[in-house]
Structure formats: structure tokens, C-alpha cells
Design a protein around this ligand. Structure first.
Ligand code: SF4
Length: 205
């Protein structure tokens, strides 16, 4: 049994959960959950990257292992036993992206072995992240639909500048009013719980 601390950060669409167990991941394979995931970046991520780290967006779009859809980019993992290798993961130090530059799954993920969602004292954060996911999906769908209605798609290399210009304009319009659940939540809170830790592949991801 071990005490695990979760720190919840309310940063609106860039909110994230820090888990202190990650630095000593029970998987003991130097990559944990990141060895099984391919990050997907959506319009709300693009809007943030364009403003805060445009060179990262350029880097993502220049990669050979990406899947580009009309309004999203998946950075596909490569095979590396055990599991896979996320392009952004370093054996030393884990993800090389700062929290705020990661996409939502990477910012919100907590291993299922950490049973915080069943614990009453975490209920307000469980609700917060559930509402945030719904809000973000709806927002991204709206932005994607609007871009599509204007004939803009990420697959069209020639019009990418216009695609991103319109994306940011639509994002700003759609996010001008901050939802109540974001305004009402604390900026940050740390809470602990005690979990049974299993090691290697017995630690479910
Ligand atoms: S982007 Fe970072 S957090 Fe997400 S899977 Fe890759 S290494 Fe892990």
C-alpha cells in the first residue's frame, strides 16, 4: 500500500493532473502509460500551440509518422518492446513536453490502479474533468465544423496558413465566455489517497 498524491490544476482548457507516483512508475519499464499511446492534437491544442509555442506545431507537422485528418493530427507511436515509443518520450525524464503543451489525454490521464474516481473526496475534480472533456469535445467539433463549412482542411498544405488563422479566430469567438464550472473550481488542489501498488505488467494502464 502506498500514499499517492494527485495535484489538480485548473487552467481552463489547459487543465492537468499531476501524479507524484509517475516519477517511480510501478511499470518499471521507463515509459509507463506513455509507451502505449499516440497523442492526438485537436483545434483547441492548435490554438494554444500557435500562441505559445508555434515552433512545436511546426515540428509536429513536419514529422513523418503523423496521421493528418481534416482538423486533427495524431503523432503515431513506433514499435519498441515492451509496447511502443511515443515520439515525445525520453527514457530520462519522461515526456519532454511541458504539461501545458500536451494534449488532453496526456494532461488528464491517471492510471486505473489509482482509484481516485471511486473516492468521495475527489468527486468535485472527477466532475470538473468530465465537464471539461465534454466542453472540449463540443468546442473542437464546433471549430472543425466551421472550418469544414469554409472549405478548410489541414490536409490542404497550400491553405494551412489560412486554416490556422481562421481556427484561432473561431476559437477566440467560441471561448470568449468562460464556462461556469471552470470559474467556480479552485485553481489548484492536492489530495492524497492510499492505493495497492502492483509492479510490472500487473500494474494496469
Ligand atoms: S506526449 Fe508526452 S505524456 Fe503524451 S504519451 Fe507522449 S510522452 Fe506521454
Amino acid at each position: 500500500m502506498k500514499e499517492v498524491k494527485l495535484t489538480f490544476h485548473n487552467n481552463g482548457l489547459r487543465s492537468y493532473i499531476d501524479v507524484d507516483l509517475c516519477s517511480e512508475c510501478p511499470r518499471q519499464d521507463d515509459k509507463g502509460c506513455c509507451g502505449y499511446y499516440s497523442p492526438v492534437f485537436y483545434p483547441s491544442d492548435f490554438a494554444y500551440l500557435i500562441r505559445c509555442q508555434p515552433e512545436l506545431l511546426e515540428e509536429i507537422l513536419s514529422l513523418s509518422q503523423i496521421t493528418v485528418l481534416d482538423a486533427s493530427v495524431t503523432v503515431n507511436h513506433t514499435i519498441e518492446a515492451p509496447g511502443y515509443h511515443c515520439y515525445f518520450h525520453n527514457i530520462d525524464g519522461g515526456c519532454r513536453l511541458p504539461q501545458l503543451m500536451r494534449e488532453s489525454i496526456c494532461r488528464h490521464f491517471v492510471c486505473p490502479g489509482i482509484t481516485w474516481e471511486r473516492d468521495e473526496k475527489f468527486k468535485h475534480w472527477k466532475n470538473f474533468f468530465a465537464q471539461l472533456s465534454d466542453y472540449e469535445i463540443e468546442l473542437n467539433n464546433k471549430i472543425s465544423a466551421q472550418l469544414k463549412s469554409e472549405g478548410l482542411t489541414l490536409r490542404d498544405l497550400e491553405n494551412r496558413t489560412l486554416f490556422f488563422k481562421r481556427l484561432v479566430e473561431i476559437f477566440d469567438k467560441e471561448t470568449s465566455v468562460v464556462p461556469d464550472f471552470i470559474r467556480a473550481a479552485d485553481q489548484e488542489q492536492s489530495l492524497s489517497l492510499t492505493c495497492e501498488i502492483k509492479y510490472g505488467e500487473d500494474w494496469i494502464l
